[in-house]
Design a protein around this ligand. Sequence first.
Ligand code: ZN
Length: 238
Amino acid sequence: MENDLQQGEEEEQKQLIDKKELTQESSSSSSSSDSSDSSCSESDVEEAASSRSSKRKRHPTETQQQANKQSRTHSEMSSEGHAAPSGDCVFCCDDLTEENYVEYRAVPDGPWLKSIYCQPCLETHFIQGQWQKYLDSIAAADCAAALRRVLSAPPPINVKDAGLPCKDNGYNEEVQSFWFSSDKQVHSAKLVGSLEGEARDKFWSEKQAFLTATELQEELAKAEAAKEKEKEKEKEGK
Ligand SMILES: [Zn+2]
């Protein structure tokens, strides 16, 4: 469908776009669209169009995908705007290869960034494990102060980790999507079990109410203890 010449051109354009998006990101964190750029020159339009076409290419049909797998080389792979795997997973220390390499996006249409975690670690410890860890940390909070710390930010929706920096992305620093080298597909960054919309609001207000109740209980207990002490003193005084 596409010849090598086109792919080469697109690679160059994609690199330009990535650079452009990076500079846009650093100047205004909330800008997200291709075409709403106020300084929309002809080359911007061309770049946006090319960006859209390369996005379509990231969702190949199954047959295309199989054909791609058979003929894919390193340089062809990076022509889609993805880097070649290098280094180790910082979680399990396995080599990052085309079988387990992952990239992520900090903003919906932003550049793809290298994940320092391999796909199995990302799936197990983050996508599948992070929501339960959050619930566990709420359950384990044994005083109001600990609970306040756990509930200092609203419930997570997507993967969030210091190892996958998404600084000031306007989405609570949560990852927006993943790209797996193993299937060349974009994957959701939503945590298994995490809540959205009304369910999330309800969960959050329940936790806030629980925090308030815990704080109140602690204050009552403190007041009670102070009273007891006062009584002891009175007894000793007599
Ligand atoms: Zn790993």
